[in-house]
Design a protein around this ligand. Structure first.
Ligand code: SF4
Length: 352
């Protein structure tokens, strides 16, 4: 342990085997200490930021059929929906009225929606809100489906969205980035290789993107480590030619009403993973903790290496699987303050 302490304190990178050792042997306090050491390289120790945001689920129609998803409806099912621009605006107006300024569009692989639906929607949102709202347009998974559906390559798709006013596409849809995990649970949701090809095209086009991860399915420790290893290596490669991924966000799987079911992992396990991610992902200044899936306990993540979080007001995908969203923002922020953090909202200009 002392060797690793010295290594991390001197700014040296830890190996994947050392990350495995830490997971299996380090106490919570030791992980906290190491994560805080790495965090302090990028942030003032008692400072943290947040954004009030809404996930806009513009359609629940999807053909991907991931077995961990309680949100999707197949084409033709009676409760499938597609939001109109007016319905999207109503949701964004409500966000603004609550003081929020970040939206994230997330739907399904809907074969009935042409690329123009998306480009028109994003252009309309940019025209109506300007810089008052920033938005993550789509996840990478949806981006890949739309490009394929329109029969254009990822570079062309990125340019189409950029021309429509898009600045960001999240790394969502990653879950666990191993080919075996995707074969087990989401075989229609693209390979890991395709995922990173699409993300590279998005960054090369000058758009921003993020790294994401979801834990708590049936993934093994080796699969979690492989996900982190691929993410760190991708970031290393991207930083040679562009700004790289802006942040890393991990959240936990909600199993209720899903095909695979199961039980949720504990918050303690989530926090340990957050700390390990901060220590291992030494090329990510911003590590975010998930209030969406961990509620107030997510704020403890600020002691486990995180420096940032979202306060969501809606996300049908996780809510359908059991997530409970609270709009008592001051109460949530109070938890962070009680833990000794000075929390400030991070405006859209600071999204990166
Ligand atoms: S997780 Fe996304 S891609 Fe998979 S079935 Fe659900 S909506 Fe579709």
């Amino acid at each position: 342990m002392q060797d690793l302490r010295t290594k991390v304190a001197s700014g040296e990178r830890i190996s994947t085997d050392e990350a495995r050792w830490l997971w299996q042997n380090a106490s919570d306090a030791e992980l906290c200490d190491l994560a805080s050491t790495v965090r302090a390289r990028f942030h003032v120790p008692d400072q943290a930021t947040y954004m009030l945001m809404r996930i806009v689920n513009y359609t629940n129609v999807c053909v991907a059929q991931c077995d961990y998803c309680a949100f999707y409806r197949l084409p033709g099912q009676p409760d499938g929906y597609v939001l109109t621009q007016e319905q999207v605006f109503a949701k964004l107006d409500e966000l603004v009225a609550l003081g929020g300024d970040l939206a994230a569009f997330n739907g399904g692989f809907n074969p009935h929606l042409p690329l123009d639906y998306y480009c028109d929607l994003f252009a309309a949102v940019r025209a109506r809100y300007g810089d008052a709202i920033e938005f993550y347009a789509l996840t990478i998974a949806e981006f890949m489906y739309l490009a394929d559906h329109a029969k254009i390559d990822y570079a062309a798709a990125a340019q189409r969205f950029k021309a429509a006013g898009v600045r960001w596409i999240t790394g969502g849809g990653s879950e666990i980035l191993t080919e075996e995990f995707r074969r087990r649970h989401s075989k229609f949701k693209y390979t890991v290789k395709q995922y990173f090809e699409a993300q590279a095209a998005i960054l090369a086009a000058g758009l921003g993107s993020t790294a994401t991860m979801v834990i708590g399915f049936d993934e093994t420790l080796d699969e979690r480590l492989e996900h982190l290893e691929r993410t760190r290596a991708f970031q290393d490669e991207q930083l040679k030619s562009n700004a790289g991924l802006a942040s890393f966000l991990c959240w936990t799987f909600k199993p209720y009403f899903t095909q695979i079911g199961g039980i949720e992992i504990s918050t303690s396990e989530y926090l340990r993973h957050l700390a390990l991610s901060r220590i291992y992902l030494d090329n990510f200044p911003r590590i975010r903790t998930s209030v969406l899936t961990q509620n107030e306990r997510a704020l403890e993540g600020l002691k486990y290496g995180a420096d940032d979080f979202d306060l969501p007001i809606e996300d049908e995908v996780t809510q359908k699987a059991g997530a409970k969203i609270s709009l008592e923002f001051e109460k949530i922020l109070g938890v962070a303050r009680e833990l000794g953090f000075n929390v400030q909202t991070r405006r859209v200009a600071l999204l990166s």
